[in-house]
Every structure is written in C-alpha cells, then in structure tokens.
Design a protein around this ligand. Structure first.
Ligand code: IPE
Ligand code: IPE
Ligand code: MG
Length: 251
C-alpha cells in the first residue's frame, strides 16, 4: 500500500514540495522605512511587521516548512532611541500574550534565541510562559531571535564549554562541530536552508553567523511589512533554482 503524503494547504503548483527548505530564517528589515514612506511613525511599521510575521508563520505551516526563525531584535538594536526600544519590548510582550492561544490552536512550538535574561522582567515572563505552554506542540518550530547577536551566541557557548572543561565534565577532545552546535541557542533545530533578508540590505547584521554557513541567501527590496505570501512564494521559487553544492561539484 502506498501512503499518500498529507495535502499541503494551497501550495503553489510551481513549487516542488520535495525541495522546500526545511528551515527558513528571516531578517525582518524595513519596518521603519515602510512607515516613513507613509508619513507614519516608525512604531506603526513595527506593528505592521507583526502582521507580516504572523502571515509568514502560517504560510510556512500550510506549505510544510517545519521551522521558521525570525530576527526580531539584535544585540545592536539597543543603540536605538529609548522610546523605540521601549515600544518594541512592550510590543513583543503584548503580542506573545495575545497570540498564545492561537499558537496552541495551531500547534506552534515557540522558542527564543538570544540573551533573554537581559530583557525586561515582564517580557521574560511572557517568554517563559509561551515556551512552557507550547513545548509539547508538534507543529512548526518557531524561533524568535530577540536580544540576539551571532557573536554573543558563540562567545556564550565558548564560556559554557570552557567552564565544563574546567569542572572536568567535558574533555577538550570531545569538542567538535556537532557538540559546539548544541551549545548555541538554536540547539534543537537544524541549520537554516534559506535566509531571507527584506529591504534590500546586503548584509547579515550579526544573525546566525554559525548556522548560516551553507544557507542559500535571498535578498529582496520588499520592505518587511509588505512581505506577504506572494513575496515568500517568489523567495521559494528562487531557492528551488539554486544548486546547493556544499563544496562538492554540480549535481
Ligand atoms: C526591522 O526594521 C525591525 C527591527 C530591527 C526591530 P527596522 O526598524 O530596522 O526598519 P528600517 O531598517 O529602519 O527601515
Ligand atoms: C537587523 O536589522 C536586525 C533585525 C531585523 C532585528 P537592522 O535594521 O538592525 O540592521 P542594520 O542596522 O541595518 O544592519
Ligand atoms: Mg533596519
């Protein structure tokens, strides 16, 4: 008997379901410019950015993409005016509480990458609560990178490993790439296959420095609040045209 694969909801016919990325990472950039273009305060761009993220999360789930990681706040974003940072922290907290029931209904498992302990206490509570509530969900693995910096992540992994060596828990000869990966915030998810950056900036801005070693990079001029299903579809089409060689020769 042949087992029919589960139908994927509304997967565009020109996408090959067997060659979809398993993990997509997004640098959600351009919220400020989106608002500025409309004569609105930057905060409105961030609000609209949340809607775009919800839509892309749902789209990944519909199309059978198992993991999404979204860059929400970098370790460098503290350099922004206090008012914008405060707005973002409050927005993250509000959205987490507001969306928790929906995430439960949709079977989303949420996780956070970054130095969470340095965030406001009330936001830390929302983070802890949402991780705990969704930890047994079997659906999409959704990671929010918040107070995240790729260098900071690598340094904290080194510090933990060094302490374990010092305490005699770990033998330095056991340290290899697989072990090191387990000390990163993304310990429980495979490396991204596709990295999307919106708003046209050709840089990585300290995102997933280790994990994107062989990710396909897709940069679009579309500003994050405008990044919808159609834009994501284009990114996936571009991804499926790539020849992923991993240092080998053309397949
Ligand atoms: C990305 O949009 C969101 C965060 C960094 C929190 P920006 O706020 O960087 O928007 P632009 O780049 O100024 O347009
Ligand atoms: C990257 O965007 C960080 C997030 C999207 C959270 P930035 O707007 O902070 O990046 P730069 O400053 O243009 O490199
Ligand atoms: Mg930006």
């Amino acid at each position: 008997m042949t087992v029919q694969p589960l139908p994927l909801r509304d997967l565009p016919a020109d996408l090959d379901r067997d060659r979809l990325p398993q993990h997509v990472a997004v640098v959600m950039d351009g919220n400020g410019r989106w608002a500025k273009n409309r004569g609105l305060p930057r905060t409105m761009g961030h609000r609209q950015g949340v809607s775009a993220l919800k839509e892309i999360l749902r789209c990944c789930d519909d199309w059978g993409i198992g993991a999404l990681t979204a860059y929400a706040f970098s370790t460098e974003n503290w350099r922004r005016p206090h008012s914008e940072v405060d707005f973002l922290m409050t927005l993250f907290e509000h959205v987490l509480w507001q969306e928790l029931q929906e995430m439960m209904r949709e079977n989303v498992r949420i996780w956070f990458a970054g130095d969470v302990a340095s965030l406001p206490q009330s936001l830390q509570r929302a983070i802890a609560q949402s991780v705990e509530a969704t930890q047994h969900n079997q659906g999409i693995h959704f990671t929010v990178a918040i107070n995240y910096g790729g260098r900071q992540e690598i340094v904290q992994a080194c510090r933990t490993i060094a302490n374990q060596v010092k305490e005699g828990i770990l033998d330095p000869n056991e340290i290899d790439e697989a072990l090191f990966s387990r000390y990163l915030y993304t310990t429980n998810v495979r490396d991204p296959d596709l990295l999307i950056r919106t708003s046209g900036e050709m840089r990585i801005s300290n995102f997933l420095l280790w994990q994107t070693a062989y990710a396909e990079i897709y940069i679009t001029d579309t500003l994050w609040p405008d990044f919808d299903r159609a834009a994501f579809h284009q990114a996936l089409l571009a991804y499926q045209k790539r020849d992923r060689r991993f240092g080998g020769i053309k397949s």
